[in-house]
Design a protein around this ligand. Structure first.
Ligand code: BES
Ligand code: ZN
Length: 466
């Protein structure tokens, strides 16, 4: 039956002209996989209250939770207090990273120049206010600066051949007080300097067209001057936090020593309330912690909320980097919930970094087949907090709905777009999947030894999630 559904879905997608999956490795589903929910699954999902999940999202998505800000800190406090109120030991793990604040004001004034100049910023560029003569410095190589006097001047440099940072440092070495870098092709120039460097001088970018117009002005007006003004740019150390609640095995004698991490990121991008990305995953993590608190288990379960994911998975990288080898060996699975409640996104995907099945996808497909009559589709994706776990050799997968909703990373990622049905579906699948492994192996006398996880052969859609 499932076989047919997938074939039809694919046919429908192709007929509708929907972007086809980049590759399809479709295998027939073995029929007869109609196992019903057992008592352990029922136990695992029984206490999940979707209204609680929804209310957490409402609280968390009042404002964007940008890493290192007061709003993210308030989310940290909220998570810690919630976990504690369920009866958990909670660790708040701080970490620092170098962050960049974009300038609030950026100007390039060239008296006498006709036509508009719309300067852009370079990430990691510094603030400053420089008024000086302009000098054409070619592509900004050391050789270019040998032939000119750039001392105290603003060097006008073309993009290309080597990095923006190198051009600025070369200019600074030649004594320049500021730099204008213009594009060598169509379009605006939005670049990064890769990181902070004490040698930087204030720099702005221009389009190719505006750069050429500036050079023309300089040629016609020897001694032409300009003012570069960059205000509010700042590179500095910031602090963010991970919050981890631990459910210890309920009977020390039966402790398997194994650990399962259910995780999600709490931060959002600037300007986005992040109801789906990722108050949804954070809220499901909280509710799973509450609902699973008193389940008899032989496996440790950690409920983790990571900070600064949107800046490059910084919190989860920090968490994994702090684990000893023994601790890493104990972690058998990472379930990463990121964007699990949008009514406007597609179906649930369980995506590993390499697209291969692993313990997480297997437990998930087994649980979802029992809950929904068909296993969750597998996919391949990086771009979230399961990546550091995967890199440490830990079976890990991302739970996300695909294709993404149009509100992704926008101010419209708000509570009104959240589907309780989707939240509950993911929460139940993850609870049943985790508990399949975390329950006592011999709790049921008839079930002395846990059967190895087996899942039906399934269709695999390699989806491009965006
Ligand atoms: N919630 C997204 C996860 C995601 C995964 C989106 C796959 C789309 C496809 C996550 O918060 C995110 O936006 N990640 C960044 C990358 C990250 C390394 C900063 C992204 O995908 O741009
Ligand atoms: Zn996210």
């Amino acid at each position: 039956m499932k076989n047919k559904t997938i074939a039809l879905t694919l046919a429908a997608m192709l007929a509708a002209g929907v972007a086809a999956p980049t590759a399809v490795i479709a295998q027939p589903i073995e029929s007869g996989y109609q196992e019903a929910l057992n008592q352990f699954d029922q136990k695992a999902i029984r206490k999940i209250d979707v209204d609680r999940i929804y209310n957490h999202i409402a609280t968390l998505s009042e404002a964007p939770r940008v890493a290192g800000t007061d709003v993210e800190n308030r989310a940290v406090d909220y998570l810690r207090d919630e976990f504690k109120s369920y009866g958990y030991d909670v660790e708040v793990q701080p970490f620092t990273y170098v962050g960049y604040t974009e300038p609030t004001r950026i100007e390039l004034d060239v008296p006498g120049h006709e036509g508009e100049l719309n300067p852009g910023n370079f990430t990691y560029g510094i603030s400053g206010d420089v008024t000086a003569g302009l000098v054409d410095a070619g592509i900004g190589s050391p050789a270019d600066f040998e032939g000119i006097d750039a001392e105290g001047k603003i060097a006008v440099v073309q993009r290309g051949e080597f990095s923006f940072a190198e051009k600025i440092v070369n200019a600074a070495d030649a004594g320049a007080a500021g730099v204008v870098i213009y594009n060598n092709g169509p379009g605006a120039l939005n670049g990064t300097l890769g990181g902070h460097d004490d040698r930087f001088v204030p720099a702005v970018s221009l389009s190719q067209e505006q750069g050429q117009s500036l050079l023309q002005h300089m040629n016609g007006n020897p001694g032409a001057e300009a003012r570069i003004l960059v205000e509010g740019a700042e590179t500095g150390e910031h602090t963010s936090h991970n919050v981890i609640a631990t459910k210890h095995p309920t009977n020390k004698k039966k402790d398997t020593g194994e650990v399962i991490v259910i995780g999600s990121h709490m931060d959002s991008v600037p300007g986005a309330p992040g109801a789906n990305d990722n108050a949804s995953g954070t809220a499901v993590t909280l509710e799973l912690a509450r609902a699973m608190k008193n389940l008899p288990s032989d496996t440790e379960i950690r409920f983790a909320s990571f900070g600064a994911e949107e800046l490059g998975l910084i919190g989860s990288h920090h968490y994994v980097s702090e684990l000893s080898d023994t601790e890493k060996d104990r972690i058998i699975a990472n379930f990463n919930l990121d964007m699990v409640g949008s009514r406007d996104a597609g179906d649930l995907i369980v995506a590993s970094v390499d697209g291969e099945p692993n313990l997480v996808t297997e437990l998930t497909q087994k649980a979802s087949a029992k809950l929904n009559g068909e296993p969750t589709t597998r996919g391949r994706s990086g771009s979230s907090d399961h990546v550091p776990f995967h890199q440490a050799g830990i079976p890990a997968a991302l739970f996300i709905h695909s294709p993404l909703e149009p509100w992704y990373h926008t101010p419209q990622d708000t509570l009104d777009k959240i589907s309780k049905e989707k939240l509950l579906d993911v929460a139940e699948i993850v609870a049943a999947a985790v508990y399949d492994r975390a329950r006592f192996d011999n709790q049921n006398p008839k079930d002395k030894k846990r059967k190895e996880t087996t899942v039906p052969k399934e269709a695999f859609f390699e989806q491009s999630i965006r």
